[in-house]
Design a protein around this ligand. Structure first.
Ligand SMILES: Nc1ncnc2c1ncn2[C@@H]1O[C@H](COP(=O)(O)OP(=O)(O)OP(=O)(O)O)[C@@H](O)[C@H]1O
Ligand SMILES: [Mg+2]
Length: 137
């Protein structure tokens, strides 16, 4: 990804004032800085979650494989560019099972219900949650 002269303001507060950054593929890139310096704001731009904040004004461009993310289908972009939040955000109107199964279903990664159940169970076991939630999935 290439970030070009990215500027983000919330109302009159300019949070990002012209960020230029290249994020190479297949490597880990870490952003470091004091609380409030705009790290999460950059991440919210990269998959356009920033558009959920009507007060945010975004200028500049972000290229993914040479193409502007702002001209892409937002769903396709978010399938490739994702954000893991500091605090988990289960979807409140879905059950525990459905929350865990959602990604597998949307991306058609399982073939049948049995396999889906097995993958959900595995995921909950890895997160040390299975014993706690297995009776109220
Ligand atoms: N919706 C918003 N409206 C107004 N100001 C906002 C909004 N969201 C973030 N900000 C401001 O933008 C600045 C950057 O916030 P951001 O969350 O990106 O910082 P951060 O570097 O991720 O901080 P932390 O290390 O605490 O996670 C902060 O000053 C914050 O108060
Ligand atoms: Mg943050």
């Amino acid at each position: 990804m290439v970030i070009k002269n990215l500027k983000v303001a919330f109302g009159s507060a300019e949070i990002l004032r012209g960020v230029n950054l290249e994020i190479p593929p297949n490597t880990i890139t870490a952003l470091m800085g004091p609380s409030g310096s705009g790290k999460s704001t950059i991440l919210r731009v990269l998959n356009r979650l920033i558009e959920l904040y009507p007060e945010a004004r975004v200028r500049g461009d972000v290229l993914l494989d040479g193409q502007s993310i702002f001209k892409m289908d937002v769903i396709e972009l978010r399938k490739r560019v994702q954000m893991i939040f500091q605090i988990p955000n289960p979807i409140p109107n879905l059950s525990i099972f459905e929350n865990v199964a959602l990604g597998l279903k949307l991306n058609r990664l399982v073939n049948n219900k049995k396999e889906l159940f097995q993958r959900v169970k595995e995921a909950l076991e890895k997160a040390q949650l299975w014993e706690e939630v297995k009776d109220r999935l």
